[in-house]
Design a protein around this ligand. Structure first.
Ligand code: SF4
Length: 336
């Protein structure tokens, strides 16, 4: 593990965008590039994501899918519709699929397990990631034995006060316990936090990075807060994308082997050039959105969400001097 002082991290994270980087900041960025290439060569792993339902029983204040938001149309894909989309992903050459939804118990544990089983039977060489929120340990075990191997369970904030302020009906301890249960069930677990939440400080971000490091997650997703219509935070300012970029750089130093995705929110706000820079410097995962066009716009966690085609994603990665990888892209963490 590379040692880096708290002062250096905080000073890098909070340096204003119009101020020149210090020598130490440049060293951090160079280290990040070197470590990314040391462990992942030039590979940037592609994941095909299917957002199969925008129903959600939760009330996270920052999210456009929260149950109280009556301003969006809700949709659910059928099991056959989901499988059809997965076939599309496979035939495009990708070997990693992410099934994502709000917390929607319409899809019972048996239905989710059936989906995983069908995908595994059709495509044994495809990795299945679930991102469907909290369920029980027996459910996680069932999903695992049905073929899913990865689970994305972000906690969004490890600060209990901030967590409570953003999640009126959820407890941080329950969320963290769910992450432990996923490990117990044998999942590779990805997590992450949301940068730019109202009331969050740079010290909080530092604590988030420490938390992810201490808990040895296989993927660190750093989301960028963007306000969503119809939510209590709809008039709040966007998070700072530079802070997200720098948090990704620090993530690589804190845990050189973890997977670090470019999040859609980040690309939606900063556009192409900065996204390419982040791929160049640190990111090694890119999610390609395969949600059917008819409903894609309705998965509106935040406003003005952009999504890229596979072709454009590959061009981005190549422009960053990297290579799109269509493989499963197993994490190389030594922790499991
Ligand atoms: S963040 Fe997730 S759990 Fe919270 S309201 Fe949105 S979709 Fe539901």
């Amino acid at each position: 593990m590379i040692s880096i002082s708290k002062e250096s991290v905080i000073s890098y994270l909070q340096r204003p965008a119009n101020e020149k980087l210090s020598l130490q900041d440049h060293v951090l960025e160079k280290q990040s590039r070197l470590l990314t290439e040391k462990y992942y060569y030039k590979d940037v792993f592609l994941r095909g994501i299917v957002e199969f339902s925008n129903f959600c029983s939760q009330s996270c204040y920052y999210c456009g899918l929260r149950t109280q938001n009556s301003s969006i149309l809700r949709y659910r894909l059928t099991v056959e519709g989901i499988l059809e989309t997965v076939r599309h992903i496979y035939h495009d050459g990708l070997r990693s699929v992410v099934l994502q939804s709000g917390e929607d118990l319409f899809y019972t544990n048996s239905v989710i397990a059936h989906l995983c089983y069908e995908i595994q039977s059709m495509f044994p060489d495809m990795a299945i990631t679930l991102s469907i929120g909290e369920r029980s340990l027996p459910a996680y075990k069932k999903f695992r034995t049905s073929g899913a191997t990865r689970f994305l369970m972000k906690h969004e904030s490890c600060n209990p006060i901030l967590y409570r302020n953003m999640h009126p009906s959820q407890e941080l301890s329950t969320r963290l316990h769910a992450q432990q249960l996923l490990r117990k069930a044998g999942f590779i677990v990805g997590s992450g936090f949301l940068s730019g939440l109202p009331g969050q400080t740079v010290e909080d971000i530092y604590q988030e990075l420490l938390f992810l490091q201490q808990n040895q997650f296989d993927m660190w997703g750093i989301g960028l807060f963007l306000p969503a219509n119809g939510t209590p935070l709809e008039n709040q300012p966007c998070g700072d994308p530079i802070l997200v970029h720098r948090s990704m750089i620090c993530s690589r130093i804190f845990d050189p082997q973890t997977m670090i995705p470019i999040t859609t929110a980040y690309h939606s706000l900063v556009g192409d050039q900065e996204t390419i820079q982040s791929i160049h410097d640190v990111a090694n995962v890119f999610m390609v959105n395969y949600t059917p066009d008819m409903v894609k716009k309705l998965y509106s966690i935040y406003d003005h969400k952009q999504s890229l085609t596979l072709e454009k994603t590959c061009r981005f990665i190549e422009k960053a001097g990297k290579k799109p990888s269509f493989t499963k892209g197993e994490p190389i963490h030594v922790y499991h």
